[in-house]
Each structure stands twice: as structure tokens, then as C-alpha cells.
Design a protein around this ligand. Structure first.
Ligand code: PDD
Length: 281
């Protein structure tokens, strides 16, 4: 595997990150994840736009043009000879003597791109059976809209899910509402067939997949409400699912071991997944 590191292409295990990189010491950076299918970056523009927004919120200046970044992304993919892949891009504030405040003299942000295979079969098989989720307190900070590399609460939540034999953890805020998953957005379909997902705000990451599903729903005349929902409502819903670049649309069939509806993947989730895979907007 070949990684892109600040303009160079290196073996993935090459020593490349400096001890005083602020990403390493402070999680002072942001990231993006793209799904690549047959060599095409899905929702490329949306991910780039969100990257810029995250960088802007942290006042990190990307030291390369969109065109140059695009070439680096594609060249890293090409060098890994993969058609179906996950692309990880990380930008940190750069290397500077450890001090919490920004470097006085601006430093060059560090840019890293890695690629890993993303075979379709395991994800498709998971979509056939559906996944279980657990619930856990949302203990994250108040700027979850920034795709920050500071992910400890998400890591702990995902680990709790894994230890419980579940695929994802739904994060519950102080009001008992589901904010989102540890690395995905959360959705339900009500008994009336209305798609429900939490509105974008500073308490969730506004998924690029989420935004695409909203466009698909509008184009197909589906009813959609952007509003909060609770675990109780999800348990009595007709369907539940998650969305993310890695999972696309993935049906949720149980929450904390209790079945959602009849415990089988829902038909609307399946249809949305097909629309998404077919590249519909
Ligand atoms: N995670 N919410 C959180 C907290 C996420 O980390 C992600 C994505 C999403 C969905 O966003 P999108 O549809 O743009 O992928 C929502 C990525 C995949 C990750 O951390 O690997």
C-alpha cells in the first residue's frame, strides 16, 4: 500500500509523521473519507466542500489548490491499483513545538492520503441481514459538525458496540434523543412511511451520504422530516437504518438487542440503497 505524505508517495509503513505534528499531539486536524467504486470517487464535490468547511472552522489553510488535491487523491488511488476502495484524507495544522495555541509563525499543514480496499461483497451481505446497534451516552464536544480527527468518544462508543456484538453505537443526548451513530448518521421510517433524520446542526456531522439520501427522497417524492427522534420511537418505527460513506445505506434490525419492527431489513432502506448505488441524486 502506498500513502501520500506532503507531496511524496511512500509505503504505508514508512516513518513519515513527525513527533511534533499537531495532529499527533493535539488531534488538531480534520479528515474526510470517500468511497470509491470502479475508480470513481462517490460524492467527490460534497466531501471536498465539507473538508473546506471543517478546515475553515479550525482556521487551517489548505496549502494546495483543489486541482492539486484532486490529482493527489487520484494518483494515490492509482498507485494502489484498486477500483473499489476507501480513501482517507487527513489534514493537520502542521509541525510545531508543543504549545496549545496555534503556532505564532504559521507552519505548513500536513496532508496525508491513505487507501484501503473496500470489497463490495461483505457490505452487501451485511445489508442483506441488517445490523444491530447499541445505545450509549453522547459524550462528545459541541462542535460535532466539524469532521475533526479528535474521535475518542466515537472510538469508545464503537468499541462498546463491538463488545456487545453490534455493528454501530447510536449516541443519545441529555434529552434522550438519538443524535447519530459513532461513524454514521441515524434514520428511521415511521409507521406512516415518513423518513426521519436529525437536522444538521452542531451536534451531528452532516453526512455527505445523508445529504444525498435527502436529495434522492425529494426526487422520488418520499416524505421526509428532519427532526429529532428517541430510541423508543425507533423501536416502534417501521424501519431504521444508518448512512455513511463506508456503509452507504445499512438497515438496522435491532437496538440494544430489541428488534426494530419484525427484525428484518426494511424495504425503503433497501430501495434507497439501490438508488444510492445506481448513482441517483
Ligand atoms: N464517518 N457521523 C459521523 C460521526 C461520522 O463519522 C460519519 C462518517 C458520518 C457520515 O458521514 P458521511 O456520509 O459523509 O460518510 C456521520 C466516516 C465514514 C469515518 O469516520 O470513517
Amino acid at each position: 500500500r502506498i500513502a501520500y505524505v506532503n507531496g511524496r508517495y511512500l509505503p504505508i509503513d514508512a516513518p513519515a509523521v513527525q513527533i511534533e505534528d499537531r495532529g499527533f499531539q493535539f488531534s488538531d486536524g480534520v479528515y474526510e473519507v470517500w468511497l470509491v467504486r470502479d475508480g470513481n470517487f462517490l460524492d467527490h464535490a460534497g466531501h471536498l466542500a465539507r473538508l473546506k468547511r471543517s478546515l475553515g472552522e479550525l482556521r487551517i489553510d489548505l496549502p494546495m489548490s483543489d486541482a492539486a488535491l484532486d490529482i493527489a487523491l487520484r494518483e494515490t488511488l492509482r498507485r494502489n491499483r484498486l477500483g473499489d476502495a476507501l480513501v482517507y484524507l487527513q489534514v493537520t495544522r502542521g509541525v510545531s513545538k508543543r504549545d496549545h495555541a496555534f503556532p505564532v509563525k504559521p507552519v505548513r499543514p500536513s496532508i496525508i492520503i491513505t487507501i484501503r480496499p473496500a470489497p463490495r461483497a461483505p457490505v452487501a451481505a451485511r445489508a442483506e441481514t441488517g445490523i444491530g446497534v447499541i445505545t450509549t451516552d453522547d459524550i462528545r464536544w459541541k462542535r460535532c459538525d466539524i469532521k475533526s480527527i479528535s474521535l475518542l468518544p466515537n472510538v469508545l462508543a464503537k468499541q462498546a458496540a463491538r463488545e456487545a456484538g453490534a455493528f454501530e453505537a447510536w449516541l443519545i443526548n441529555a434529552g434522550g434523543e438519538v443524535t447519530e451513530g459513532s461513524s454514521s448518521n441515524a434514520w428511521i421510517v415511521t409507521g406512516e412511511g415518513v423518513l426521519v433524520t436529525r437536522p444538521a446542526g452542531d451536534d451531528i456531522l452532516n453526512g455527505i451520504t445523508r445529504q444525498r439520501i435527502i436529495r434522492i427522497a425529494a426526487a422520488q417524492g418520499l416524505r421526509l422530516e428532519e427532526r429529532a427522534f428517541t430510541v423508543e420511537e425507533a423501536l416502534s418505527a417501521r424501519e431504521a437504518f444508518i448512512s455513511s460513506a463506508t456503509s452507504m445505506v445499512m438497515p438496522v434490525v435491532s437496538i440494544d438487542g430489541r428488534p426494530v419492527a419484525n427484525g428484518a431489513p426494511g424495504s425503503l432502506a433497501g430501495a434507497l440503497r439501490e438508488s444510492y448505488e445506481a448513482g441517483l441524486e
